[in-house]
Design a protein around this ligand. Structure first.
Ligand code: SF4
Ligand code: FE
Length: 481
């Protein structure tokens, strides 16, 4: 059964977890001002699947049961499925103006579907059957999953087992007949505090000496031994104030709400273990997950770019600059950059290929190119938005001043743009631009789904430079014999 957004919120209230923020325990992520916007944003993925206007993108048919399921629990069985994922992410991004978090779990399901099959083929294990049982469970319950890959990693020059502290990457510390015990942490976990499940995966290719780190599994997010420490974001103290203007996007917040998850000897039952010391498959699990997730960035970030373009159109009207040719040029430039991101995501979907397991995998060269573009173009889109909007997005007095009986009329009088448009409209759109183009939002565009260097490594691996070299030699008339 697919959940609605409200059912999703209620389901989170039933989880009992140790979540900390600003040195204090969060009792209920649905109501706490620090986490509420992220819950609202993820809830949009649920309502989107149920809305008659968007159900074709938001939901689909399970290849396992034939039932209607959320696309976020679906395994891609054609290039069209992958294209629809991108369109869905763009459409949801247009509604939230920020990260809605649920894609990481979706990508973990798709990566594990293929890799568990590959491990079984080579090793005679039975991970794929286990995984299919889990997938059926997720499709039936419509749970939100945190796809947890990034280890804290400590000294980047050393492999996991050579770290001074062996817990800096998540590892198996005990094998039991009925399962395994894991210890360590996952960092920067988008949507972790409002997910029902966590799927952990290794974060790098691993050698035999690091076999204990080659582990993938699923646990409920309230499993004993898990602690969450929720990260700060730019301007997050504004969430604790009254009013709704200064936040810019009061309902959905900024980025995904990232947390450090600590696994303190967490038991994982055998039926939820999907990789257990088969170190030679860690690299392909990382590549699959990362490529699926990098595909997304040309979808969700394009949706955000659509919102920013719209904000710039509005602010230019409010300020009387809409007809200036340089403003129109800059808006065209923003559209061009946004659509270029989208092109990459669509292209890597159309150029996807069928895996031995039967599901489809994006073209990794194009998916990594799409994400690398995000690390540049979203900054450029943000730069243009700040250029068009003007400095007031960084200097506007607070909502409290706007509401103050003495200085409020002064703020309104001097923040006025064109006559006839309330100053509050200009302030609101300025705050939205501030929210979407500032600190945390841009860092996420850079490092979310892996840092630019991670994309470069994969681009180099896929680039087939030898083929390109031979093309050049042929035209230059060089025969090397
Ligand atoms: Fe989804 Fe990642 Fe985009 Fe967030 S940043 S909406 S999790 S693809
Ligand atoms: Fe992200």
């Amino acid at each position: 059964m697919m959940m609605t957004g409200d059912q999703y919120r209620e389901s989170l209230r039933r989880l009992h977890r140790d979540i900390y923020y600003m040195g204090e325990r969060i009792e209920d992520v649905v109501d706490h001002p620090a986490t509420r916007p992220h819950v609202n944003s993820a809830a949009v993925t649920y309502d989107f699947a149920n809305d008659v206007e968007t159900e074709d993108l938001g939901s689909t048919t399970s290849h396992l049961t034939g039932e209607r399921i959320s696309r976020f629990t679906h395994v891609h069985h054609s290039p069209t499925d992958l294209v629809k994922k991108v369109k869905m992410l763009r459409a949801i991004g247009q509604r939230t103006g920020t990260c809605f978090q649920r894609c990481v779990g979706h990508d973990a399901l798709n990566a594990l579907f293929g890799v568990t099959y590959d491990v079984d083929e080579k090793r005679g294990t039975s991970y794929h059957r286990r995984f299919l049982d889990y997938l059926r469970y997720i499709q039936q319950t419509d749970l939100m999953i945190d796809g947890a890959m990034t280890d804290p990693r400590g000294d980047r020059s050393l492999p996991p087992s050579k770290q001074a502290d062996p817990d800096l990457c998540l590892r198996i510390v005990e094998s039991r007949p009925d399962g395994i015990v894991v210890r360590g942490a996952k960092a920067h976990q988008t949507g972790a505090v409002n997910s029902h499940e966590i799927i952990a995966m290794p974060s790098a290719a691993l050698g035999p000496e690091d076999a204990d780190y080659a582990v993938s599994f699923a646990v409920p997010s309230d499993a004993p031994g898990l602690t969450y420490i929720f990260g700060r974001q730019s301007n997050d103290a504004r969430r604790l104030e009254d009013g709704d203007i200064d936040l810019g996007n009061v309902r959905y917040g900024i980025v995904g709400g990232e947390a450090l998850i600590v696994f303190d000897d967490v038991f994982v039952p055998a039926e939820r273990v999907f990789l257990c010391r088969e170190h030679e498959f860690a690299g392909s699990l990382v590549e699959r997950f990362a490529s699926y997730h990098r595909q997304n960035y040309g979808g969700c970030k394009t949706g955000l770019a659509d919102v920013l373009v719209g904000a710039c159109v509005a602010v230019a009207e409010y300020q009387g600059t809409a007809k200036a040719s340089h403003i129109r040029d800059k808006i065209v430039e923003m559209v061009h950059l946004g659509e270029t991101l989208y092109c990459g995501a669509i292209a890597c979907s159309v150029e996807s290929s069928r895996l031995p397991s039967g599901n489809y995998f994006v073209n990794p060269l194009l998916a990594n190119t799409a994400k690398l573009n995000v690390t540049r173009f979203l900054y450029e889109i943000a730069r243009l938005a700040q250029d068009i909007a003007g400095g007031f997005i960084a200097t506007t007095p607070s909502e409290k001043d706007l509401r103050n009986p003495k200085v409020g009329p002064l703020v309104a009088k001097y923040m006025q743009g064109v006559a006839g448009v309330p100053a509050e409209h200009r302030i609101r759109i300025g705050r939205l631009i501030e929210n979407m183009t500032g600190g945390t939002a841009l860092t996420e565009a850079m490092h979310g789904a892996g840092s630019p260097q991670a994309q470069r490594v994969m681009i180099l691996r896929q680039a087939n430079l030898d083929h390109k070299r031979r093309l050049a030699l042929r035209l230059a008339g060089i025969s090397e014999g």
